[in-house]
Design a binder for this molecule. Sequence first.
Ligand SMILES: O=C(O)CCC(=O)C(=O)O
Length: 278
Amino acid sequence: MFGPADHEQFVHQGYLVARGLFSAAEVARYRDHFMALRAAGVYPGDYAGADPQSNDPLRRYPRMIHMHRWDALSLAWLLDQRLNAWLTALLGCEPFAVQTMFYFKPPGARGQALHQDQYFLRAAPGTCMAAWLALDRCDEANGCMQVVPGSHRWPLLCTEQADTTASFVDVTVTLPPGTPTRPVLMEPGDVLFFNGALVHGSLPNTTVDRFRRSLIGHYVTGEATRVAAFYHPALRMDGTPVALGTSAGGGPCGVWVEQDGAPAIALSGRFPEAELHE
Ligand SMILES: O=C(O)CCC(=O)C(=O)O
């Protein structure tokens, strides 16, 4: 049940975990469904292609993207009324739904370097939001989510080359030395909601026998009138399409500078005019 403490946490930290929002039976159904889909074939958007014989665990189990466009269960999950209720309470108005993703993150898989989702989605005005459903216990050993509390107040940071031995995506943002990142420990059925500007990511799954599966929905705030082309068509939470304009890449980005002996962000960088998608 959503309460004032949840709102407070979200406003100050930029994220919160709704515990046990989905039941054990639902979690089992999603896990089975996506494992069966993964075993059955390849899909548009598979990261680096699927190859059951590969040495790279992420090629054996590439993440899935935009499944709601061809899979009824994914669409129903994206528009689930519990997610809508929490998102609406957090944002103050009903969002538009724009993306689903499924991460298998098998044993040995790389993580995803620190980033801000809004770098990819460019929802405006307003921002984007994520609902991240844990389908396995998530801890530091299997590469749980890591967040930088309070970073949702930062502008978009300029991106840099990521360490692709630890991350399967090649862009990241850097933080001043000593900036704390917080592991988000979750149980199956918990949902992590986070603001699109929050710096987050995950480290590799270092276990030999535990997946870290998650089902992810991305949304844009209801006042948004545009979003990057990759995320069209946007849907109202009743499933009907809504016409939004298209945000372009490029624009200013933040770099860390020293101000009165402390790190501060100056908007002195510029993103390249690249096509945007996570
Ligand atoms: O699940 C992960 O490891 C990363 C997911 C993520 O960064 C995202 O959903 O934006």
